[in-house]
Design a protein around this ligand. Structure first.
Ligand SMILES: [Zn+2]
Ligand SMILES: [Zn+2]
Length: 106
């Protein structure tokens, strides 16, 4: 992994956390991703993580956690980047669910 990519990643995570409002309605359920939009996202990512470009994408993630299931609010991630985002979301109290790493799930 090159240094530029690391900087881009850090910048992305920083912006992501800063852009999520503190007053999200945490009771609102996130919009489900339908097959049509899933197809569009998977075509866009080509099956590779849209953040690190290093691993296969495994999870389509809602950028604003209870936001709409639109192309703008969805990103196709590998398990590593997805775990990192959820750790940050939880650490900065941006979302209600605790951090559960994918890698330690059965
Ligand atoms: Zn990744
Ligand atoms: Zn997610």
């Amino acid at each position: 992994m090159n240094e530029k990519l690391i900087l881009l990643l850090c910048d992305y995570f920083r912006k992501l956390i800063l852009n999520i409002p503190d007053d999200l309605d945490k009771n609102q359920v996130k919009e489900k991703i339908n097959d049509e939009i899933k197809e569009k996202i998977r075509n866009r990512s080509n099956g590779t993580c849209e953040l690190c470009n290093n691993y296969d994408s495994k999870k389509i993630h809602h950028i604003i956690p209870n936001g709409p299931a639109t192309e703008e609010n969805l990103i196709d991630l590998c398990n590593h980047c997805h775990d990192a985002i959820h750790l940050l979301l939880f650490t900065f109290k941006k979302w209600k669910f605790p951090y559960k790493p994918q890698h330690f799930r059965g």
